[in-house]
Design a protein around this ligand. Structure first.
Ligand code: WTA
Length: 657
């Protein structure tokens, strides 16, 4: 933290970049901010009218009468898929490449806007034929594919609400989401291909549907990716290519209110149960479009590449909706960054002449490591001269990784947009604007125009610059979360807590603003949420999973810093049968890792497992997580442990397996 605050290298937007930029100076940025300050409704109304096709124009901008259940542009009607596809075809971009898809094995297929529109229409017609209507929920459990994007857009076209579940989640995680969202259909694939290996999808769907509560599922639509052997249940399961075969290539969109839910995406929170983050259609789309223009400075000739998965919010905003809504050409990649070798990203940038590249710090750090003693996969062994802008998302980017990215990938010529945002915010919140903001490594700099971000103390009062605190947003913004599906109380408590006065949006992160520049630096989550390789994991989720194992009596989960993954998951376990030692302990540690992998998904597998006869608790029985964090880091305990019930067990917990 100290080092970060003393970071004084400043990188100015390159002159070439500034010339054509959408926001070409700090004056232009300040002007937009001032416009929002002066007339908040007018600012958003202007942008919404300029950037979205409204079937029926809205008359009211922001309705705060049921705050914090804010409504934006509510009486306006529109359709997200229409705004992404039809609009561009009507503008004469029908023959423009919408998606350059590169498969795991390197095979490339391109789809134009016209083709994309036709494929989405066919799929939308097929869904309608199955009786799926506006407001119905559809689960999408697919790998990175054109078909995955088509499935999402097809839902949007008919007003069905999609809920994409990341293809790495387990059958149980999938079933919980199917049940919570009350889905009527699942769209999946036979298998997915990652790093040359086929991995199951349909088999997991089949298992999920036997776990109970999934009776509402009437249809399972399967995209044939690998041709692997899967069972098809008659009357329920059908192949995607069969259901679209005879459908028309046109489909009248469902014109929905701007407030109609576009999607629900589950993310981890402070309790054991993931939250179904509900987003709107109009406000969400507006921000996806504006951030494509402002943060990514998108131009017609750009080749945009966001490496996220459609199972995460980044894939929603910056693969499925944002790039298409602005008529861009984007790369979609099926595989992993290390296959066939760790030069895959650089090779693809060179091959497709990518101009904008958006990835996660974890990926950057792992590629730094992989290329440190292997020239062949180092970015300098590739022609990356097409790049003009880089982006980072999902976790704090440490200054060393920032510098490496800047110099080796961007050739010291490309600005880096370090974009801070969340599943709940729908799009970027705090980020440099590449043609305007001077960049400081490790800082996400300043809020986007219209985003009233601030730092407050525990009572909700502003703290001065230079003093750390809680990151909040003071005013509602169009792409904000609308609700937690089926749980409005949790929505209010989680995001607009009474303690802060009830009107501030609580992001769940700590932050500090620099004394001189007022730049924001995110200091990490302040709740029980970990960020592992850019994936959000609730410690409670993992704890409840562990205690569900028959061997386990008690478990506590904390994070510790990890060079590669940002944070690593460390679990402290008390077994019913006593503390295991030697090979026994190793065996059980592996068993527990696999258990978590099976129950939640491989991304949740703990890195360190420690066994104790007990956990460090206060006399009132509270687990002292602060102490566990110190132990997890491998540091000596300097804190007072006199309130501990059982200080002796600290020794036992030192051994990590
Ligand atoms: C973290 C991903 C620092 C933060 C879009 C946030 C970041 C959580 C950054 C949201 C960044 C995301 N700098 N931290 N540029 N971007 N985070 O919902 O802790 O998967 O609350 O959304 O990631 O993760 P989520």
């Amino acid at each position: 933290m100290e080092a970060l605050m003393q970071e004084n290298r400043v990188f100015h937007p390159p002159a070439d970049f500034v010339k054509g930029a959408a926001i070409p100076s700090m004056e232009a940025y300040n002007k937009l901010c001032a416009e929002a300050e002066k007339d908040y409704d007018g600012f958003w109304a202007r942008l919404a009218n300029e950037n979205i096709y409204w079937k029926k124009p809205f008359t009211k901008v922001l309705d705060e009468s049921k705050a914090p259940f804010y409504k934006w542009f509510e009486d306006g009607t529109t359709n997200a898929s229409y705004n992404c596809l039809d609009i561009n075809v009507e503008k004469g971009l029908g023959n423009k490449t919408a998606i350059i898809f590169e498969a795991d094995d390197g095979t490339v297929s391109n789809v134009t806007y016209q083709e994309m529109l036709e494929r989405v229409c066919k799929m939308a017609n097929a869904l309608r034929k199955m009786g799926i209507k506006s407001g119905d929920r559809v689960i999408i459990y697919m790998s990175m594919s054109i078909e995955g994007i088509v499935a999402m857009q097809a839902c949007a076209r008919i007003g069905a609400i999609h809920s994409v579940v990341f293809g790495g989640f387990s059958a149980k995680s999938l079933q919980e989401r199917i049940v919570d969202v009350g889905a009527c259909a699942v769209i999946t694939g036979d298998e997915q291909l990652r790093g040359g290996k086929p991995l199951p999808l349909k088999v997991i769907v089949d298992e999920a549907l036997t776990l109970g509560g999934c009776e509402k599922i009437k249809n399972v639509i399967v995209y044939k990716r690998t041709g692997g052997n899967v069972a098809m249940t008659a009357g329920r399961d059908s192949w995607m290519h069969d259901v679209v075969a005879n459908e028309s290539t046109t489909c009248e969109p469902e014109w929905v209110s701007a407030e109609h839910p576009l999607f629900i995406l589950y993310t981890s929170g402070s309790t054991g149960k993931p939250k179904g983050v509900q987003h709107s259609t109009g406000g969400y789309l507006l921000w996806a479009i504006l951030t494509m223009k402002w943060t990514f400075d998108i131009k017609p000739e750009d080749i945009f590449w966001c490496t996220a998965d459609i199972g995460w919010v980044t894939g929603h905003s910056y693969i499925t909706y944002g790039p298409l809504a602005v008529g861009a050409t984007e790369i979609v990649f099926e595989g992993v960054p290390t296959f066939p070798n760790a030069g895959r990203f650089w090779h693809m940038i060179q091959k497709h002449k990518a101009t904008i590249f958006y990835t996660a710090p974890t990926a950057i750090r792992s590629l730094i490591k992989a290329s440190s003693n292997d020239e062949a996969v180092h970015p300098k062994s590739y022609d990356l001269s097409s790049l003009r802008l880089l982006g980072s998302v999902g976790e704090p980017i440490n200054p060393e990784a920032w510098m490496w990215y800047y110099e080796n990938v961007g050739g010291s010529r490309c600005p880096i947009a370090d974009t801070f945002w969340q599943t709940e915010t729908g799009g970027h919140m705090i980020s440099p604007l590449p043609g305007a903001t001077p960049m400081i490594p490790g800082s996400c700099t300043l809020p986007l125009p219209g985003i009233m971000a601030a730092i407050v103390d525990e009572a909700g009062a502003d703290v001065p610059n230079g003093q750390g605190g809680i990151l909040v947003v003071k005013r509602p913004w169009p792409s904000m979360i609308r609700n937690i599906w089926n749980d409005p109380d949790r929505f209010v408590k989680s995001y607009f807590p009474e303690e802060l006065g009830g009107t501030l949006y609580l992001a769940g992160d700590g932050a500090i603003r620099n004394k001189d520049t007022a730049y924001f630096t995110i200091t990490g989550r302040i709740d029980d949420v970990l960020n592992v390789s850019g994936h959000r994991m609730g410690t409670m989720e993992i704890e409840s999973c562990l205690v569900a194992n028959p061997l386990v009596a008690e478990a506590a989960v904390v994070g510790r810093p990890d060079e590669l993954t940002g944070e690593a998951i460390c679990v402290f376990v008390v077994l019913k049968g006593g503390r295991p030692t030697g090979d026994d302990a190793k065996k059980i540690a592996t068993e527990l890792r696999n258990w978590v992998g099976k129950q939640i998904g491989p991304i949740a597998k703990p890195k360190d497992v420690r066994f104790g006869d007990n956990l460090p608790k206060t006399r009132s029985g509270k687990i002292m997580r602060r102490l566990l964090r110190v132990i997890a880091k491998g540091e000596e305990i300097t804190q007072d442990t006199s309130t501990l019930e059982n200080p002796a067990i600290l020794e036992q917990l030192k051994e990590a397996l």
